[in-house]
Design a protein around this ligand. Structure first.
Ligand SMILES: C[C@](O)(C(=O)O)[C@H](CC(=O)O)C(=O)O
Ligand SMILES: [Mg+2]
Length: 304
């Protein structure tokens, strides 16, 4: 196995994602805002990796209002997916344009090594699902989006997740009705955005015959339910989309303030990831071995 690639093929990652959704265990997918974070997510025993549109745009210094392009998202998502053996689900916003654009999006994300993506029923330009003032397209338009996306995938295991933002715009019953129509259009997984309380999660579960994904984003409209609570509610997957970015940025800000104050980082060194841990995550020793095997290579095939 090369140090430069995951030991698991894209097809096997997608099969693992499917198997996880069909299992009775809740699939926990923390957001990874970089390939290095994806390595940490895998090392700590989570089932999958999530790539958040909010985190990806924030990382570029942009608000999450649909400014990022398919090329940017596929490139960054691909770099993250390739850094781990885990399957990666990515946020594809509204599919980056018309229904045919959603089809192109799926092809590009498959090529980039992603295991699945979610498409939402918001209008363009989209908003964070937990902010007021968002709007949804008519259900028929979202069904076109989904039909195009489903038809575009070559690997039948690539997961197409349909997100409905309708709860906050049209009410819970309309959101559930949309979810059922999206399943009929071929969605493999339903993302129930911005639900208000556990009872709403339960009502979605009772009404929709497909795997369900919960969004446990902080400072939003939904309560922060635990993995055990979501499992008991019958949910199949949970994302912690912006959590790692918020944790990291909180720590970076605190550290920078301390340096500005003290004139040295000496007081915050014990809060840092140690050089050794970083090297472990990027498999420094394996690259060294690989390099020395090249360095000592001789044409006769002997190596010292
Ligand atoms: C899940 C989400 O789409 C994301 O981009 O991560 C966001 C998360 C957030 O802004 O907190 C959303 O819920 O719209
Ligand atoms: Mg998003």
């Amino acid at each position: 196995m090369s140090v430069f690639s995951s030991g698991v093929t894209d097809a096997d990652k997608r099969a693992a994602l499917r198997a996880g959704l069909n299992s009775s265990r809740l699939q926990r997918w923390p957001g990874a805002f970089s390939p290095l974070v994806a390595k940490l997510v895998a090392d700590l025993g989570f089932e999958g990796v999530y790539v958040s549109g909010a985190a990806l745009s924030a990382d570029l210094g942009l608000p999450d209002i649909g400014l990022t392009t398919l090329s940017e998202v596929a490139a960054r998502g691909g770099a993250i997916a390739r850094a781990t053996d885990l399957p990666t689900l990515i946020d594809a916003d509204t599919g980056f344009g018309q229904p045919m654009s959603a089809a192109r999006t799926v092809a590009a994300l498959e090529d980039a090594g992603l295991a699945g993506c979610h498409l939402e029923d918001q209008v363009n330009p989209k908003r964070c699902g937990h902010l007021d003032g968002k709007e949804v397209v008519p259900a028929e338009e979202m069904i076109q989006r989904l039909t195009a996306a489903v038809g575009a995938r070559r690997d039948p295991n690539f997961v197409i997740c349909a997100r409905t933002d309708a709860r906050d715009v049209e009410g819970l019953d309309a959101a559930i009705e949309r979810a059922r129509a999206y399943v009929a259009a071929g969605a493999d997984l339903i993302f129930t955005e911005a639900l208000a309380d556990p009872d709403e999660f339960a009502r979605f579960r009772a009404a929709v015959e497909a795997p369900l994904l919960a969004n446990m984003t902080e400072f939003g409209k939904s309560p922060l339910l635990s993995a055990a609570e979501l499992h008991d509610l019958g949910y199949n997957a949970v994302i912690y989309p912006v959590t790692t970015l918020r944790l990291a940025m909180g720590a970076v800000e605190d550290g920078l303030r301390q340096i500005a104050l003290d004139g040295t980082q000496a007081g915050v060194v014990d809060r840092m990831q140690h050089r050794q841990r970083l090297y472990e995550l990027v498999r420094y020793a394996d690259y060294n071995d690989f390099d020395s095997s090249l360095f000592t290579y001789t044409a006769g095939g002997d190596s010292a």
